[in-house]
Design a protein around this ligand. Structure first.
Ligand SMILES: CC(C)(COP(=O)(O)OP(=O)(O)OC[C@H]1O[C@@H](n2cnc3c(N)ncnc32)[C@H](O)[C@@H]1OP(=O)(O)O)[C@@H](O)C(=O)NCCC(=O)NCCS
Length: 178
């Protein structure tokens, strides 16, 4: 398996990964919006390829934390998916770990995700509410543990509080469980 940064010409393949993984178009369209939105830059978009076939994707976008020091380098794991026949083989883990490593190399302080509370703790994500780090939109109570944070720069979360702001495609209430 190869994991590399995605290119413009990968867009159709990336959309196909989401459409197949979720069985509907919404997430594919959202991912297209995230990847096409200059306002969401910088982003980190990685594609996994096995035997020449695109099988997985992950994208992180830059975030800001209102109320925190402006120099805080925050990111959001915005979308990820693996095609159904390749799920459960470790590709999702590889994409996530690869992305977190890239971000750490770029001096990222923290990464947030709004995702499955059973899946992400394996990568070190913890409920963000514990640290008084609010999501861009109010999160329904039933999804409160889905808003998570992971420290990448040791000590970065000490005294870190505030409300996360996001750009582009993620800046809609539907994304946040409404
Ligand atoms: C979630 C997803 C990206 C994981 O990729 P993957 O390559 O299948 O994951 P891996 O093989 O690295 O890891 C498999 C683990 O993920 C868990 N997992 C897979 N889908 C999951 C889900 N929807 N919710 C919670 N855990 C999930 C499996 O139970 C398995 O756990 P285990 O290692 O404890 O047995 C992939 O299954 C997928 O695309 N699912 C559908 C789309 C989706 O839900 N994307 C958003 C995730 S928030």
């Amino acid at each position: 398996m190869i994991i590399r940064q995605s290119r413009d010409e990968d867009l159709d393949s990336i959309m196909a990964i989401y459409e197949r993984a979720f069985g509907k178009k919404n997430e594919a369209l959202l991912t297209k919006e995230i990847l096409s939105d200059a306002g969401a830059e910088p982003s980190l978009s990685l594609i996994a390829i096995v035997d020449g076939n695109p099988v997985g994707h992950i994208v992180f976008t830059k975030g800001n934390i209102d109320g925190a020091d402006e120099s805080t380098n925050a990111w959001i794991l915005a979308q990820t998916a693996v095609v159904p026949e390749s799920q459960g083989l470790g590709i999702g883990d590889d994409l996530t770990l690869n992305g977190l490593r890239h971000l750490a190399e770029q001096n990222a302080d923290v990464v947030f995700v709004f995702g499955h509370p059973v899946y992400y703790p394996r990568f070190g994500f913890q409920p963000a509410s514990t640290f008084d780090l609010g999501a861009p939109y109010p999160i329904p109570d039933k999804h409160r543990y889905s808003w998570m944070v992971r420290e990448l720069n040791l000590g970065a979360m000490r005294d870190l509080h505030g409300q996360v702001k996001c750009a582009g495609g993620l800046n809609i209430s539907e994304y946040w469980g409404k």
